[in-house]
Design a protein around this ligand. Structure first.
Ligand SMILES: [Zn+2]
Length: 306
């Protein structure tokens, strides 16, 4: 079965709606979803996989069956997907929880640790919901403030002394870091330019010394694009080099060899311009003059392709 991307995305929404309905105000740690259950009938196998890969759920073997449960991040995603951010209930519960947490550290000199159950009782909020709020870092994620966290998961909650304080904006630091990385990238690019063709980026495929005369050695660099640099004689241009010759810069000279039985014709490229000498085409043979000529044109086009 192939599922379109749109179907796949919608199926994830359907899965979240079903899981959040099933979860209600219970704790994500204690609520397991059976993919074969009636309420999850329309959920694709690939959707369960995707939820797992996004770390929105965890997979367990329970009494021989594969089951899933939401993570804290999955619960936050679920709230978002079912539109809970838009209704006032979530906001008022968050305010209630925050007020209670704030009250406990007020006037203290140190962090305060409380029982989860006590916290739920005092706020009159469902204990499962409070669990999920602590597990997911709800207040921190939504309000960008210092939040309570587990001292002991599911049992004890640590409330930091600076609870409710706005978290610092780290964007400036990140921006500076990004700037530094950009500079390093520019340096790396410059270095790469030294070892690749400056016109097309093709890598070097060979380099070394070559004799220019009996006593003088030159140096050559060959690139994958066909470019060939020397400090002496015999340069070839990259196809993207503006100096790369056009076909019109060659005279195609045809010579017939009557003594040859089959390939009677040879086509010689004769460069008419200085740029014409930046590409070394070799002669081509043919049964007819047209064939030899065409082969040479084909050779040119092969070489001219970047
Ligand atoms: Zn090149």
């Amino acid at each position: 079965m192939t599922v379109s991307v749109a179907d796949q995305k919608e199926n994830i929404n359907v899965a979240f709606r079903a899981m959040m309905a099933e979860l209600a105000d219970n704790s994500v740690a204690l609520t397991f979803f059976d993919p074969n259950g009636e309420e999850f009938k329309g959920i694709h196998q690939t959707t369960w996989k995707e939820l797992l890969e996004q770390n929105w759920t965890e997979e367990y073997e329970l009494e021989g069956k594969t089951v899933y449960r939401l993570t804290g991040a999955g619960w936050l995603e679920g709230l978002w997907r079912v539109g809970a951010y838009k209704d006032g209930v979530l906001e008022s519960r968050m305010a209630q929880l925050a007020a209670s947490l704030k009250c406990r550290v007020k006037g203290r000199k140190r962090d305060v640790v409380v029982l989860l159950h006590k916290l739920a009782e005092d706020t009159s909020l469902p204990v499962g919901w409070v669990f999920n709020a602590i597990e997911s870092g709800l207040l921190r994620k939504l309000w960008n403030t210092r939040d309570a966290s587990w001292e002991n998961p599911g049992i004890l909650v640590r409330i930091p002394l600076n609870f409710g304080m706005k978290l610092l904006d780290h964007t400036a630091e990140i921006r500076a870091e990004l700037e530094q990385i950009r500079e390093q990238l520019d340096i790396a690019k410059d270095r790469l330019r030294e070892v690749t063709c400056s016109f097309c980026g093709a890598p070097i495929v060979g380099q070394g010394s070559m004799p220019l005369s009996e006593d003088v050695d030159g140096y050559y660099v060959a690139y994958a694009c066909g470019r060939y640099d020397t400090d002496g004689y015999g340069e070839e241009a990259c196809p993207l080099d503006p100096r790369f010759p056009k076909l019109e810069e060659y005279d195609l000279e045809l010579i017939e060899n009557p003594r040859e039985s089959a390939l009677k014709w040879t086509c010689f490229p004769r460069a008419k311009t200085a740029n014409g000498r930046l590409l070394h085409l070799h002669s081509e043979l043919g049964h007819t003059s047209e064939e030899a000529c065409q082969r040479l044109i084909d050779q040119y086009h092969r070489r001219a392709k970047p």
